[in-house]
Design a binder for this molecule. Structure first.
Ligand code: AHR
Length: 653
């Protein structure tokens, strides 16, 4: 058979089966456009999917202060047949934040309490564990015998702790685990005869992030730090709003000594009938101080989102009358004082007492989460007026509702434009197709309007909030394509974050999520690696990248964006080939005299479009790095089918 001439040539070039692009891509390096904001790529944290308690917050004891709706949830008694030991749950009036404690009475026979942890306790061989308890002797003297045990009852670590005080006092002891176990339990045996009052029973690993006692899981924070995120949005998400106003998130309940933080049921506990999580509560051990500290640790601008007098509109939808908003507005003003105020102020003083006299330098504040309707605008303006008159430099984030289009979105966008809002938060949980088709979403946005925060987005493999959604390569690829449009429009789009951030494999409500964990392990999804490639290759200025004078945004299923990085004098290219054919691209870097002869290239590609990462194969879909030879001021490269590439090439004199 006679092969057509072109095909023969392609074989000779090793390009058979590939689409050879006809038109070179042109990057105008000499025509830099808008600044890429340092905040461009950030993180959205919400305590959903056991993201905080049972996840990032490294406490291993579930229901440590007996404040869950069922006071002994997570606990059970264990005894010999002869024992008459008992517990009584006492509710005191003088400590409204932490009213309950346990009165334990024992007669010298074997009697104890077992805590099951959050789907067990992840214990690591050789790691030290800090146990602590608040206790008060009522009668006699008890000694606690502590045991970490596995499913077979094998003891993996043990310690003794005499309870010595007749007044409430913290008692502590540390010990080392002899074996690794993902689902250990904690036995607390009461030795001796007597009665004691107990509260705040806690067990933390010593190997927390920065080895902070009572701190955060180091593996999870490391995954965040590795992204070099521009901001950290916290604490959500719908959790800010609460099912009703009573159960809204109140930051003041989350600061100060941990035993004085008033817990709350987690609104995700009952949200999805198909994913009920009856033991999901918020202890607020990870509270606003810790969120600010975490932001600082990972170099991210803190972005708290506050309740604006509206409960979740998917739930009760309750609102506070506009003329009764004062306490809500005051919470916002006090938060700014907590973050930035001098240590002479009430809230600045508390920050200093908590260990951070220096201000946290808060610059961004969200008013409400995913709110909508005229009731939102009515409340937003009250906050805006009060905050801007006292703190004109704090930039406010306002809500465009839960959808990226439609009547609700149109109404809010219009109103917020009229109000000259600073930054509007748009959310899109949509199909991979939508993400690819909407990469040009911001190309024609009104440049005079508010800046955009793509505050929550994730490509949904099945349907929004479906429990069958997966973190597939196709979803990540479609996000990579969409993000070229965010980057190209960095004059408008100042911030973006994938949502949600964390999910515990044994306790999730919502999928997909950026990072999955169990009690011992964690891994980034393909989506994580896409986010990381963007945020660690941000650049400082947008560079135009075109083909035939048009943006590269979907034609031939190819997407591209480019930036200039002033500190390193590098051109950064992002190229997303969503077609099932390889594409060979020539890229002309205009306005450059000389390039380094070697460029760096990272490529991501899934074996299949539905490839995922897993605990067993955590980096199955992750970037591979290689060197790329550069000749003159042109790059020629082949983009594998359905792949994402990032290239950094240095301009030299
Ligand atoms: O990210 C999960 C949820 O999606 C958020 O809590 C909410 O803001 C959105 O509806």
């Amino acid at each position: 058979m006679q092969l057509p001439k072109l095909y023969k040539t392609l074989i000779a070039l090793g390009l058979a089966g590939q689409v050879a692009a006809q038109t070179p891509l042109v990057v105008q390096v000499n025509k830099p456009k808008a600044d890429v904001q340092p905040t461009m790529w950030g993180l959205f944290f919400e305590d959903i999917n056991m993201g905080a308690d049972g996840g990032l917050y490294a406490e291993l004891v579930k229901n440590r202060s007996f404040e869950f709706t069922t006071p002994l949830m997570g606990w059970r008694e264990s005894r010999s047949t002869k024992s008459t030991g008992s517990v009584l749950v006492i509710n005191r009036a003088d400590q409204p934040a932490n009213p309950r404690f346990l009165r334990v009475k024992t007669d010298g026979e074997k009697y104890g309490l077992i805590n099951e942890g959050f789907r067990g306790m992840g214990i690591k061989q050789g790691v030290g564990y800090d146990f602590s308890i608040l206790s008060k002797n009522v009668e006699g003297n008890l000694t606690l015998k502590l045991e970490l045990v596995n499913g077979e009852g094998q003891v993996l670590g043990t310690a003794s702790l005499p309870l010595t005080s007749n007044d409430w006092k913290k008692h502590s002891v540390s010990f080392t685990a002899s074996k690794t176990e993902p689902k250990a339990k904690l036995n607390i045996w009461f030795e001796g005869k007597g009665t004691a009052d107990l509260d705040m029973i806690s067990l933390f690993p010593k190997d927390t992030w920065k080895n902070r006692p009572g701190g955060l899981r180091a593996d999870l924070v490391q995954l965040l730090a590795d992204m070099k995120p521009g901001f950290l949005r916290f604490p959500g998400g719908c959790i800010v709003e609460g099912y009703d106003l009573d159960r809204r998130y109140q930051w003041k309940n989350t600061v100060g000594p941990i035993e004085a933080r008033k817990g709350e049921i987690n609104r995700w506990n009952t949200e999805f009938k198909h994913r009920l999580t009856p033991d999901y509560f918020q202890t607020f051990g990870l509270g606003f101080f810790e969120y600010f500290q975490l932001s600082e640790d990972i170099g991210a601008e803190p972005l708290p989102i506050l309740n604006c007098g509206m409960a979740c509109q998917y739930n009760s939808g309750e609102v506070v009358p506009v003329d009764e908003l004062d306490p809500y507005v005051q919470d916002a003003l006090d938060l700014i004082e907590f973050a930035n105020g001098s240590t002479d102020t009430k809230w600045g003083k508390l920050r200093a007492e908590m260990g951070h006299p220096k201000p946290f330098n808060l610059k961004l504040l969200g008013i409400g989460n995913e709110q909508w309707g005229p009731q939102y605008i009515d409340r937003y303006v009250v906050f805006e007026k009060a905050i801007k008159s006292k703190y004109p430099n704090v930039r406010l984030i306002s809500s465009a509702g839960p959808n990226p289009d439609g009547e609700v979105f149109g109404f809010l966008s219009g109103k917020l434009r009229e109000l000259k809002a600073d930054i509007v938060d748009e959310h899109y949980y949509r199909s991979p197709q939508w993400f690819m088709e909407n990469a040009n979403r911001y190309d024609d946005y009104d440049r005079k309007g508010p800046k955009i925060f793509a505050g929550e987005y994730a490509s949904q493999s099945k349907d929004i909030a479906s429990q069958n959604n997966k973190n597939t390569w196709l979803c990540a690829l479609s996000e990579a394509a969409f993000m070229t449009g965010l980057e190209r429009n960095a004059d408008m789009v100042h911030m973006a974050s994938y949502a949600p951030l964390f999910a515990h494999a044994d306790g999730w409500q919502w999928t997909p999520d950026l990072i999955w964990m169990n009690n011992l392990q964690s891994y980034g999804t393909p989506n994580y690696y896409v986010q990381k490639l963007y945020s660690t290759n941000k650049g400082t200025k947008v560079l135009p990248i075109t083909a035939n004078n048009e943006w590269v945004s979907g034609k031939n299923k190819l997407y591209a964006s480019a930036t200039w990085d002033e500190p390193t004098k590098e051109i950064i290219l992002k190229l997303v080939n969503t077609s099932d054919q390889a594409q060979t691209e020539t890229i002309n870097l205009e306005g450059v005299k000389k390039l380094d002869s070697k460029a760096k290239r990272w490529t991501m590609k899934g074996a299949e479009l539905d490839s995922e990462n897993s605990f067993e194969n955590p980096k199955q879909v992750s970037p591979t790095e290689e060197e790329l030879a550069v000749k003159g001021t042109k790059l020629t490269l082949t983009l594998a089918p359905q792949s994402f590439s990032v290239i950094r090439v240095k301009v030299v004199k």
